[in-house]
Design a protein around this ligand. Structure first.
Ligand SMILES: CSC[C@H]1O[C@H](OP(=O)(O)O)[C@H](O)[C@@H]1O
Length: 349
């Protein structure tokens, strides 16, 4: 099930708020509609919102393609600002928008209508690259998953969080493709329930055994010896290997360390933010309190109480066994290892 579908001038976002009960796409013909889809978590997941924002930029270019060049670029800058403002934590969003802007800037002097075509092609390239990158991550990660492994996941880092294959779930898919039998325990991941609603839905459709657990059960399963390995995604990784990911990830990492269980993060190079030295510099999105005070549209907490709803937390690198990327595996990440790894892979470090 593709989280994003696209044609020239229109982007369809699978409305993940309705899953697993209803499969319905939101049609977007403007960058503003894409921005609303990202902000409202119609589409979510670091790589998926990055690709969606890229298509949002392509729509903006089409929206402004009939004006003069100066107004065209002003329109692109406005769209870039609006898209980047939707969700602050996942660096893939800003990465994709800046990549689209940089391509446009190389075309100054070209007719806006032609630039719009070039940006449409670039957005499609970003989407195609994501699937290829996910499969490379999957292949590197599959070697870390033993046959009969009992795997704990948190949130959803699957096809629904990317353009269609998955990072953490991509590793699980490749391990299964390599003939390994696994059983996944999926944290439900309150408050948005990406685990119960999305990860379980994806894995069940793929006929991969999955058991949903409440977030507060992870420690008990580990203590009972029922978890062999943890694998999660990421929204932003600092140069020292600190990882921002869905709220609750840090707690799982602490529990895994206490039980000597390997804790892996699967993420593409586009999720690394090498401009920041540590996770302390990663902006943490806070979302509306109704995500906490309400469940399925019904109030579950009293009126007038305090509410705190950070959507992400930061897991320090010293709790991470390894980060799995499309270029290979960074064992025991720290700043020196991360920068050397990407330098050897031929990327800006
Ligand atoms: C492929 S990594 C996806 C990453 O994004 C999720 O956050 P959200 O659902 O709020 O977009 C979660 O942190 C996942 O690990």
């Amino acid at each position: 099930m593709d989280p994003i579908r696209f044609e020239y001038g229109v982007v369809f976002l699978l409305d993940q708020r309705l899953l697993p009960v209803e499969v319905k796409y939101m049609e977007c013909k403007s960058w503003q509609e894409v921005a609303a889809g990202i902000r409202d978590m119609v589409v979510r997941g670091a790589p998926a919102i990055g690709a969606s924002a890229a298509f949002g930029m392509a729509l903006a270019a089409k929206q402004w393609s009939s004006v003069d060049s100066e107004r065209f670029f002003a329109g692109l800058e406005e769209a870039a600002k609006g898209l980047k403002a939707t969700r602050p934590t996942a660096v893939n969003l800003a990465w994709a928008v800046e990549r689209m802007l940089n391509v446009a800037r190389t075309q100054r002097g070209v007719a806006p209508r032609e630039i719009a075509d070039i940006l449409d092609a670039e957005a499609r390239r970003i989407a195609q690259e994501d699937i290829a990158v996910n499969k490379k991550i999957g292949d590197f990660g599959a070697g870390l998953i033993n046959d009969k492994a009992r795997i704990l996941t948190h949130c959803n880092a699957g096809a629904l969080a990317t353009v269609g294959y998955g990072t953490a779930l991509g590793v699980i898919r490749r391990a299964v493709a390599h003939g390994k039998e696994v059983h996944v325990f999926a944290d439900e991941t309150r408050p948005y329930l990406q685990g119960a609603r999305l990860t379980a839905w994806e894995l069940h459709r793929d006929e991969i055994p999955v058991t949903v657990i409440a977030d507060n059960m992870a420690g008990f399963l580990m203590k009972q010896g029922k978890i062999d390995v943890v694998i999660v995604g990421a929204d932003r990784i600092a140069a020292n290997g600190d990882v921002a990911n869905k709220i609750g990830t840090y707690s799982v990492a602490v529990l895994a360390a206490a039980h000597n269980i390997p804790f892996y993060v699967a993420a593409p190079y586009s999720t690394f933010d090498l401009a920041i030295k540590s996770g302390e510099q990663i902006p943490i999105e806070e979302r509306c309190e109704t995500e906490i005070t309400h469940f399925a549209g019904r109030r579950i907490a009293p009126e007038g109480i305090g509410c705190y709803n950070p959507s992400f937390d930061v897991t320090p690198a010293n709790l991470i066994t390894a980060i799995i990327t499309e270029f290979g595996v960074i064992e025991k990440p720290d700043e020196e290892r991360v920068r050397q790894f990407f330098a050897e892979a031929g990327h800006e470090a």
